[in-house]
Design a protein around this ligand. Structure first.
Ligand SMILES: [Cu+2]
Length: 377
């Protein structure tokens, strides 16, 4: 019994038989797998050889292959003397404007079709709220104030204006205004934060991509901590049907649908705060009110060389802010508020930390103090 028990694990028929069968099955399956892989490798080699030969011998075939996706990128293509043009460009003033007095704030915008510059020497046909390009003007109010919005359509097609800060029937307030027409509606801003506004006329993708967006800041009735500087940044991307250098580019809807942006900007112009940095003094606290207008991209907001002392994620100021956070996603169509106190005089880049977006122009500098020898670009 002892020897049988001892030998059973090695020579016993049942376990040995099972493992033998299993090994054969595994070997058979492996054999089949090797054969299939070998066959596939052969087919891929033949395909690759054919493709190589056709690309060498037949230009039309190669051309057809390239035009299967007819989406040309104009990323990074700028006019001659790009640096001079960038410096000559008057950067959009990012400073938060003051709050108008009174319970009723009247806002009037006249939409205009116009050519704007979105990068050095790159011109684009926008549909611009209030006739000065994208983004539209920053509206700054206090919680509880009523906005009386009058939109006059000086453009060629219907437009509208949709305020994310409003609780209102959209089919009434955000309705289309015909060319030459004008429409007024009111809403009371009961919800504090920083909100997007935009044209809501279909296709919304096209109207936002053509520059119809902006930010409205609703200061909470219970004030946020006092700060020294306040800036508003609206992130957005541009989809061009040409380089925009010899003649203005217009929207390429296919590129907008497939998210192939040519330029991605803060306040409508690539890298404008690299050549014209925002400023703060050492020891000051700077507040950024950030909106991601899209039409599609988020802004992954981050300031290089520091950490947010306070971040009101989703601009929810009804709760305490997060503290000591590095990067916050501002979703397309959303907003967030960030405080940073910086002591050391240096240049601190602010970016969307999705770095493809930095490469396409969504970067600026916060210049703290007067750092010696620091380039402004
Ligand atoms: Cu519109």
């Amino acid at each position: 019994m002892a020897s049988h028990a001892a030998s059973a694990p090695i020579y016993g028929r049942q376990p040995g038989h099972e493992s033998g069968v299993l090994a054969k099955v595994v070997a058979l399956l492996l054999g089949i797998l090797v054969a299939v892989l070998g066959f596939l490798s052969l087919m891929m080699w033949l395909d690759a050889r054919d493709a190589r030969e056709s690309s060498v011998t037949s230009t039309p075939a190669a051309h057809e292959h390239e035009t299967a996706l007819p989406l040309a990128s104009f990323a990074g293509q700028v006019g001659d003397d790009a640096e001079g043009l960038a410096h000559a460009h008057a950067a959009t003033d990012a400073t938060l404007p003051p709050i108008p007095a009174g319970d009723l704030v009247k806002v009037q915008m006249t939409l205009k079709d116009m050519v704007v510059e979105i990068a050095p020497g790159v011109k684009y046909n926008t549909w611009a709220f209030d006739g000065h390009g994208a983004p539209g003007p920053v509206i700054h109010i206090r919680q509880g104030q009523t906005v009386e919005m009058t939109l006059t359509n000086g453009g060629a097609i219907p437009h509208s204006i949709d305020f994310h800060a409003a609780r209102i029937a959209p089919d009434v307030a955000f309705r289309d205004v015909k060319p030459g027409g004008s429409f007024t509606f009111r809403f009371t801003a009961d919800d504090p934060g920083v909100f997007m506004y935009h044209c809501g006329t279909k296709p919304v993708l096209a109207h936002i991509a053509n520059g119809m967006y902006g930010a409205i800041v609703v200061q909470p009735a219970k004030p946020l901590p006092e700060v020294d500087r306040e800036y508003v940044l609206v992130g957005s991307e541009w989809y061009l049907n040409g380089d925009g250098i010899q003649e203005p580019a217009s929207l390429d809807m296919a590129k907008a649908r497939t998210r192939l942006a040519d330029w991605i900007t803060f306040n409508g112009y690539a890298n404008q705060y690299v050549t014209h940095p925002l400023v703060a003094k050492p020891g000051e606290t700077t507040r950024f009110w950030v909106v991601a207008a899209g039409p599609t991209n988020n802004v992954n907001f981050h300031v290089v060389g520091t950490i947010f002392d306070r971040a009101w994620v989703n601009s929810d100021v009804t709760r305490p802010p997060q503290e000591g956070v590095q990067t916050v996603v501002v979703p397309a169509g959303g907003g967030a508020i960030f405080d940073v106190e910086i002591d050391e005089p240096r240049l601190y880049p602010f970016v969307s930390h999705a770095f493809a977006d930095v490469d396409l122009g969504q970067v600026g500098l916060l210049k703290v103090g007067d750092p010696k020898g620091a380039a402004t670009h």
